[in-house]
Unconditional design. Structure first.
Length: 403
């Protein structure tokens, strides 16, 4: 059997990490050390409605000064490296668009800062950032990371008047064609503010093989700023890390859509809700992602654990890059049919806007591995706590895993 009933009242086991490097912040409004949100009501994260009620308005930071802990004389001053510019990248690989191409908004966008477009032939268009483009252009054809990142096809420049024509959402002729609330928000709010000409990165649409894709975007690592962050950006991102699950677990849920078989609709969860999750609730949030309404998809969880352990081996041996504030994108098929085999679940690293060259010393930030280890541990705990459909099935799924 591939499904068992959803476990009740899960508990999260804390992982104590002794040597990850992130700046702790103190505020005059009270401590904000580990996931210091006052919201401990996990019901907000596990409701069964297909749309959550929580506002998609950006929450305000507390009205108080926050500073890096330690006096200014004790800590080293923050010296950012210069921002990378598009010009400094040199010639960028161009993507050739066919004249017949018909763009539409990407309807399965669950997170991100910008609207994403797509073509029906299975490619998406994401506004280009110099640092992310640098990562794809410098990724060696022999890199062990290649299977873990989306296929990159080059760049294209699109005009603003062209983009504004694409602002209308896909025709809502079925539940399968409606847009995620987050995708709609990005298209409504962000397309108008684009410059006259916008460069887009062209990439494979990772959802194209799925009929009812269940998608989760999880930000990894304890540090959410790059080497080029201004001091105010460094402080605000450190505050965000320390007041969410990022600081204490190296994990933060940025967006979810899960297909619900009974209602034939999706359950959604956006990044502002993700910031309210406390560490003890992470397990129920992840469990919710693998639940189709009533049943926990234990075989899907087991497949992701295997993939996460494979990725961990690659990251532990990664000689070229340091990853800050990148996400893992998880996709699996929500439609369960006894007729056709479901497409293989997808696990990819995405969002490389804060990726930098590895340090010569080899002292790379280990917040990424810290998050990856916690992710694996929480998923294994969900399996172990689930009522097995046959004696020891869940234990077998965990303990038969490669380490």
């Amino acid at each position: 059997m591939s499904v068992v009933p959803m476990p009740q009242s899960p508990t999260f086991h804390h992982h104590h990490h002794t040597h990850h490097h992130h700046m702790s912040l103190s505020t005059s409004c009270g401590s904000s050390s580990s996931g210091g949100s006052s919201n401990t009501n996990s019901n907000s994260t596990t409701s069964n409605s297909s749309n959550t009620n929580t506002s998609m308005m950006k929450p305000k930071k507390p009205e108080c000064a926050f500073t890096a802990s330690g006096s200014s004389s004790e800590r080293k001053p923050w010296v950012p490296v210069p921002k990378l510019t598009m010009e400094a990248l040199g010639p960028v690989p161009e993507y050739n668009l066919s004249a017949q191409s018909v763009f539409e908004p990407f309807k399965f966008q669950v997170a991100g800062h910008d609207p994403i477009l797509r073509l029906p032939e299975g490619i998406i268009f994401k506004p280009a950032l110099a640092r992310e483009l640098w990562f794809y252009m410098n990724l060696s054809p022999r890199s062990r990371l290649l299977p873990w990142v989306p296929e990159f096809h080059g760049c294209i420049e699109l005009q603003k008047d062209f983009l504004n024509n694409k602002k209308k959402s896909p025709k809502k002729n079925s539940s399968n064609s409606s847009m995620t609330p987050w995708g709609q928000k990005m298209h409504d709010e962000k397309l108008d503010s684009k410059p006259q000409t916008t460069r887009f990165m062209v990439m494979k649409d990772l959802t194209s093989n799925f009929e009812r894709p269940c998608i989760m975007d999880v930000k990894l690592g304890t540090r959410a700023y790059g080497d080029d962050a201004t001091e105010s950006k460094m402080l605000s991102q450190s505050w965000k890390s320390n007041t969410t699950t990022s600081g204490s677990t190296g994990l933060r849920v940025c967006g979810v859509q899960v297909f619900q078989s009974e209602s034939n609709d999706y359950f959604y969860f956006h990044k502002y809700e993700g910031r309210l999750v406390v560490p003890d609730d992470l397990k129920s949030v992840f469990g919710r992602f693998f639940t189709d309404g009533d049943n926990l998809r234990v075989n899907v969880i087991a497949q992701f654990i295997t993939k996460l352990k494979e990725l961990r081996r690659v990251i532990m041996d990664e000689p070229q890059f340091r990853f800050y504030a990148t996400s893992l994108l998880l996709i699996y098929e929500g439609a369960q049919s006894s007729m056709a085999p479901a497409p293989t679940p997808v696990l990819k690293m995405i969002d490389f806007a804060n990726t930098f060259p590895a340090l010569p010393s080899g002292e790379n930030d280990d917040g990424y591995l810290f998050g990856l280890n916690n992710f694996i541990a929480i998923l294994e705990q969900i399996l172990l706590d689930s009522p097995p459909s046959s004696p020891s099935e869940a234990q077998h799924l965990v303990y038969s895993q490669p380490q």
